[in-house]
Design a protein. Structure first.
Length: 313
């Protein structure tokens, strides 16, 4: 009997966790020919999330849980869940029910009957989101696909089902600063996409503010493209060209305000220098974090061991 591992990262999800458990079981009861495990990963929650996880685990032998010593972020939670998953197929999904559990059925059918290694999901609408957030999300995908070597589908979710071979490949990517949407694309493998309309949270509040999403987008761009470093070179060339033009204009019109010209030039140069230093500093920041080789997460409590297959330690 093949096994499905369902990895569920959680951060302050006490309002929705029991609802999620009931809904996911409705779908799993239809997949009677498969064994399964649900791995909840508590990412340093400050509410009763861990308490609910332990109660569910005590009542259901299919439920496992991992609790971090502090908040390490969703990327670390997904990685920990995959490391501890033992199924022939692994699924990543959020606890807020924005990832419809009923899609698990067409996912597993696709992997069983068609030549695909992964079935991913993407939202075709962003109903319920603020317009400004939706706009910047679309812009991120456009920019990311233009400047990086990975192809990230617009509206792609972390919600996907992968064969064990792809799971092992993702786990073998050991970098500290992770951007899973890019990693899923980078490792390759054949992926089929299932489209669905946006679904609002079943309960609780989103943990992703506009600022958090912006920072996460920058992390993704830096992780999969070095082209921003070219900005320094391009701006340097442009500024040299502009300075020559200004010199010509000033020579032709001696009536120009010299003080205003100097002020504008210094302000522009200062802004460009800070921009270039910031870009280079971001890449240095990435290198610094990788060189330290700190663990991606620390566990304070768990009731599941790492999978003893290819990626075991």
């Amino acid at each position: 009997m093949k096994k499905i591992s369902i990895v569920v990262p959680c951060y302050n999800e006490e309002d929705v966790l029991s609802i999620f458990y009931k809904e996911i079981n409705k779908t799993l009861l239809k997949l009677t020919q498969y064994d399964y495990e649900i791995i909840f990963v508590d990412d340093g929650s400050r509410d009763g999330t861990l308490s609910i996880m332990t109660k569910l685990s005590n009542a259901d032998s299919h439920v496992r849980y991992i609790s971090f010593s502090r908040n390490f972020g969703k990327e670390s939670a997904m990685y920990a869940g995959l490391e501890h998953s033992s199924g022939d197929y692994a699924v990543i999904m959020d606890a807020d029910l924005q990832d419809p559990p009923e899609l698990l059925i067409p996912m597993i059918k696709t992997l069983e009957s068609e030549d695909y290694d992964c079935v991913g999901t993407r939202r075709v609408t962003r109903k319920g989101e603020p317009p400004i957030r939706s706009f910047f999300a679309r812009m991120f995908y456009r920019v990311m696909n233009k400047i990086s070597d990975v192809d990230i589908i617009s509206g792609a979710r972390d919600y996907r089902m992968m064969r064990r071979e792809m799971v092992d490949a993702v786990i073998d990517m050991k970098e500290y600063s992770r951007f899973s949407k890019g990693l899923f694309s980078w490792v390759g493998f054949k992926t089929k996409w299932i489209e669905y309309e946006n679904i609002e949270r079943a309960a609780g509040e989103t943990k992703w503010s506009f600022w958090n999403l912006l920072v996460y987008s920058i992390e993704g761009i830096v992780a999969f493209s070095t082209r921003p470093l070219m900005i320094s070179l391009v701006l340097g060339i442009l500024l040299c060209f502009v300075s020559v033009l200004l010199a010509i204009v000033f020579a032709a019109k001696s009536s120009l305000d010299m003080l205003a010209l100097i002020f504008c030039t210094v302000l522009m140069l200062g802004g460009v220098q800070l921009l270039c230093i910031g870009i280079m500093g971001k890449y240095l920041d990435k290198t610094y974090l990788e060189v330290k080789a700190r663990p991606k997460y620390l566990i304070s409590e768990k009731n599941v061991e790492k999978y003893n297959g290819k990626h075991s330690e």
